[in-house]
Every structure is written in structure tokens, then in C-alpha cells.
Design a protein. Sequence first.
Length: 217
Amino acid sequence: MGKKSAQAVPAIEEPKPVSATDKKGKATPKRPNQSKARPPVNPPLTNKEKREAVKKSGPLTKEQKRQAKDDVRAERARIAEGQWKGDPLFDKYHLPRDRGAERLLVRDIVDGRWSVGQYYMFAAFAILIFSTSGNVQLQGYLFIALLALTAVIVLESVLLCRRVKRLVFQRFPKTEQRKGSLYWYAIQRSIMPRSMRNPRARMSYKATEDDLGKVVK
């Protein structure tokens, strides 16, 4: 017993911590440093920055002001010409109610035909003026004339809507435009004097159906 106790007792080895390499067989890759997105080299100026830049540059000379006005005038003329030709690139400058190839076609349908409705405003104003004369007999005649004019315009509007329906939905069978909206758009334009229509008329009374809605060269 003394001999056995005299022998050295083997030391108990402490367990080693398990590393990532012992489990996967390879080192765990480190996450790359995620750098923030770099801003553009020359970011566009805001409206406030533009105003400050103009203040720092000093007041414009008469020549610079004149040149700026000429540039604005030339740009407006270019836009108006593109809209008149029917170029789709200039369609974004129209009012929302006038945008789209369908609306362009409707405008050409209205402008390519002569109608009594385009004189409605002048006739209604004349009837209003003459009705104040106090002549009862004349007022009766004017009332009959106003009813006849209204009946003619209603008949023209019905025929116009039928033509709009035929041409628009024939060329754009998958259009998302509503019929009622197109009809009202056409009627409103037809009772406006030709010179006051906006966008301005680009079709003559001799225009054929093939000319309607196309880009003018």
C-alpha cells in the first residue's frame, strides 16, 4: 500500500475549449466592413441652394436678364410646337385632362369638323343683349331661337359622341379611358370657339380620318 501511494498520480487534463475550427473544420469568415453609400460627386442643388448661389453670384446684368427671358421664351415656343405636332415627348407638358393619345384623337375629331356649337357662346351673348330691349315680341323670337340652337347643339353632340366612340375604341381597343369622360371632353371642346380652344386646334376642316391623332411632320 505504501508503494502504491508513493507512485505519482497522473494529473487530470482539463478539457480544451471547443473552437470554431474544431466544429466546421475551417475558420469562420469575418463579416466585411459595411461602408456607407457614398454621396454623388456633384449632387443636384436644391431650390434653397440655388437661391443662395444666385445671391452669392451677385445681381444679373441687363444682358443676362434679357438672355434668360429669351431662353424661357424659346423653350415655351419649342414646347408649344411639340404639343401642336402631337409629339408624345411633349405630352407631359399638357394639363392632366389633355394627356394621352386618346385625348389627342378626340381633339382632332372635334377640330376636324365644322359645327354650330363653336358659335354657341357668341349667339348666347347676342341673345342676352337683345333680350334686354323690352320688346316682348322680340324676346319671344329670341327664346325660340335659343331653343332651336340648343336642339341643334344636342343633335351635334350625339353625332360627335358616336364618332368618338367609333374611332377611339377602334384604334385603342384596350384603352382605360372611360367613355363618359371622353364624350364630355369632346362636347366641352366643341362648344368652345375654335380660336379659344386649348390646346390649340391643329386639324383643318378638310382633314381625313387617317390624319386624326397622328404626329404632324
